[in-house]
Design a protein around this ligand. Structure first.
Ligand SMILES: [Fe+2]
Length: 374
């Protein structure tokens, strides 16, 4: 199974996990169901951007995520209500903030109990500039980092709450700027740069029961250690520790994704960017915790190795983010080969590229190869 963007291209695939909708209602998609076009519409209307599908070539591959899908769904729904209130379409209520806090507490409980050395946090490769998917991802990544920085559970809840709300101010930034398919002009960037303060005001005015140590993250998540961030050009310890953790998680999730103004970075480039930013702009211990404890290339991803072979990640290796265990299924010309499990650790091989999908026609060729028994 692997996590993919919700869209027309998933019609006909099989859902590998149940996606829950509103509380007390039937799930939007049940595990094992074949996805129909109407389901895609329903998912998108409910703000579900990603879904787990069963990979035809690896039907047996199960992925153990750091947080269960249900807890992710609940958090996304609570956040959705808060974003609606932030947009002014509903009245903000303290009950919404309390529900969000409960969702985050559940998320923290799961992360605290998870004893994987390297956590699998599958993500979407493409997301718009403000999205529930990205916000929930940043919360999960931040809590994972906080756990490895030995924060208490109460601290983790406050950290996670700030993290999930970090971009709430973007609801006030015009859509055409956020979704612009090219780099922003200086003026447009000035407008985007207002979102931390706008978000902070919003949380303060609308949700007074959110702790100041959470809301400070909304204000400070774009500050950088060297003073190059915004809105206040704070430096080093002037930036609160929660904000430093969320900044690292936010950048990590952003560099792993494809953006509308640049293609997907290779895993090697992701690692390099994080290492370059560590200590200079981003908190070194937060970055280190991320790189040590979160998979850069999660299980289930389709990958091309440096020798051209094609396969899927089937296991992780701690300490070797570019060298997981890969089961190869095709040669460098995308022709099916006898599948082989290769532990890249200790070999000169690395993952060179992460692919969105199997190459065109490959699944058909692989089926024929399997049936021919050669
Ligand atoms: Fe932001």
């Amino acid at each position: 199974m692997r996590r993919v963007q919700v869209g027309e291209h998933i019609v006909g695939k099989f859902a590998a996990k149940t996606i829950y909708g509103a509380k007390g209602q039937a799930p939007l998609v049940r595990r094992g169901a074949r996805i129909r076009a109407t389901m895609v519409g329903a998912l998108l209307r409910r703000g579900v951007e990603g879904i787990w599908i069963t990979d035809e070539l690896f039907p047996e591959l199960e992925v153990q995520e750091a947080v269960r899908q249900e807890a992710v769904d609940v958090t996304r729904r609570c956040l959705g209500d808060i974003f609606k209130a932030a947009r002014g379409s509903t009245e903000p209520t303290q009950a919404q903030a309390l529900r969000l806090a409960t969702a985050i507490r559940n998320l923290v409980d799961e992360i605290v109990q998870n004893d994987d050395v390297v956590a699998n946090v599958s993500h979407l490769r493409a997301w718009d500039n403000y999205t529930f998917e990205h916000s929930v991802q940043v919360a999960i990544l931040s809590v994972l980092v906080g756990k490895h920085l030995m924060m208490t559970e109460d601290q983790l809840v406050r950290l996670g709450t700030g993290a999930v709300l970090h971009d709430v101010g973007k609801v006030m930034v015009p859509q055409d700027i956020l979704q612009k398919p090219s780099r922003l002009t200086a003026e447009e960037f000035e407008i985007v740069k207002q979102h931390p303060r706008l978000g902070w005001d919003l949380v303060h005015e609308g949700f007074q029961n959110i702790m100041p140590t959470s809301s400070i993250v909304v204000l400070q998540h774009h500050e950088r250690l060297d003073g190059s961030g915004y809105p206040s050009q704070l430096r080093g310890d002037e930036i609160y520790v929660f904000s430093r953790v969320v900044a690292a998680a936010d950048v990590f999730d952003a560099v792993r994704a494809e953006r509308n103004y640049r293609p997907l970075y290779t895993p090697r480039r992701v690692l390099q960017i994080m290492q370059e930013e560590a200590g200079a702009k981003l908190d070194a211990s937060a970055v280190q915790a991320l790189l040590q404890h979160v998979a850069i290339i999660p299980v289930g991803e389709i990958v091309r190795l440096t020798n051209g072979l094609l396969g899927a990640v089937t296991d992780l290796n701690s300490g070797d983010p570019l060298q997981p265990v890969v089961t190869v299924v095709a040669d460098d010309r995308d022709m099916p080969i006898e599948r082989e499990r290769i532990d890249l650790r200790g070999t000169p091989l690395q993952v060179d590229q992460v692919l969105n999908e199997w190459p065109p026609g490959f699944e058909q060729r692989a089926r024929e190869f399997l049936h021919s028994g050669t």
